[in-house]
Design a protein around this ligand. Structure first.
Ligand code: BTN
Length: 324
């Protein structure tokens, strides 16, 4: 990303056109720089409408991340916020900081990731301005071997925040995706650092599709959706979402650290997208096991009622039986 790209884009809005000349004058740069910035933005997945005689307009109602708008309240809860324009991956960045002693509750949020990481070695795609991508470092009092329900708690906290913001259809898919009507809205990638026996640290990476899911369709293998397909424009401010999401995670993670997953089990099952439905589990060994998803146990393992009795899964992929 060229320096000043975001400064230039911040001069544009979704509501009205602004001429390249005016943007250039305000920032004391050349018109060619504005023109090049628009092309670069398009190459990073942000659509900009250009109309001769009128200028440029953002095709989507993007809100840019602004440290001053989310960091103060988070700081009151002990969260150390860092906002970056661009990096490879907020998880990769925070893992490095963790190894060099970053404090508990360090938060990294970025406008753009060059190599966003997804689960199972996949990549996480998000157009510039279209996704909310952050990673939160949590240093636990429990060893890593006792964090088995963590990913469910994170997915649950995020789904509850989205429901509070008006998205009543937000549901959790085991172990930690967030779905709306079967389409993926958000994903969580947890990477552990440190000792398996002593106190542990987890980098909790969250990606939420806010705008522009249509440009992801065909590029990812599953059905996807974004917040703009379910909520009014006024509810799409990524700063508000970030602040609300991290505050909720702060609350849920504190409870999880002291009491584990068991107190969240009922709440999780109430939001479970596949509760009591026929599903298939694809195991790490590539085996497909069909059954009925009857819930989760006290440690967050998926319970699948099969012909040979109830089986527990600690990892794997779930798909609707007969679906994808
Ligand atoms: C999944 O595959 O569903 C998990 C996606 C997690 C994506 C987020 S975006 C912010 C953080 N940084 C990354 O590189 N990945 C996670």
């Amino acid at each position: 990303m060229t320096p000043h790209l975001l400064d230039i884009l911040r001069q544009l809005s979704h509501e009205e056109f602004r001429s390249g000349e005016e943007v250039a004058r305000r920032l004391r740069i050349s018109r060619a720089s504005v023109h090049n910035a628009v092309h670069e933005a398009e190459s990073l997945g942000l659509r900009v409408q250009a109309v001769r005689g009128r200028g440029y307009r953002l095709a989507l109602p993007v809100t840019w991340l602004d440290l001053a708008s989310f960091a103060p309240l988070l700081s009151a809860c002990g969260v150390h916020s860092q906002r970056l324009d661009t990096l490879d991956s907020t998880n990769a960045h925070l893992m490095l900081l963790t190894q060099s002693g970053a404090p508990h509750k360090s938060l990294v949020v970025a406008e753009w990731q060059g190599k966003g990481r997804g689960r199972r070695g996949r990549i996480w795609l998000a157009g510039l301005g279209g996704g909310l991508m952050f990673s939160l470092l949590w240093r636990f009092n429990r060893p890593a071997s006792e964090l088995s329900g963590l990913s469910l708690v994170v997915g649950l906290g995020l789904a509850q925040v989205l429901r509070d913001l008006g998205l009543q259809g937000a549901a959790v898919k085991w172990p930690n995706d967030i779905l709306v009507d079967g389409a993926k809205l958000a994903g969580v990638l947890i990477e552990l650092a440190g000792d398996m026996l002593g106190p542990s640290a987890a980098v909790i990476g969250v990606g939420v599709n806010v705008l522009g899911a249509e440009s992801l369709r065909g590029r990812v293998e599953q059905a996807v959706t974004d917040l703009s397909e379910h909520l009014p424009v006024c509810a799409l401010d990524r700063n508000v979402l970030l602040q609300a999401g991290v505050l909720r995670l702060n609350d849920y993670l504190e409870r999880f650290d002291s009491a584990g997953f068991a107190p969240f089990r009922q709440e999780w099952e109430a939001l479970h997208a596949h509760q009591n439905q026929p599903v298939q589990v694809l195991t790490g060994l590539g085996e497909r096991i069909a059954g009925q998803a009857v819930g989760v146990d006290e440690g967050g393992a998926l319970l699948l009622a099969t012909e040979s009795g109830v089986q527990r899964f600690h990892s794997g992929e779930v798909s609707l039986r007969g679906g994808v």
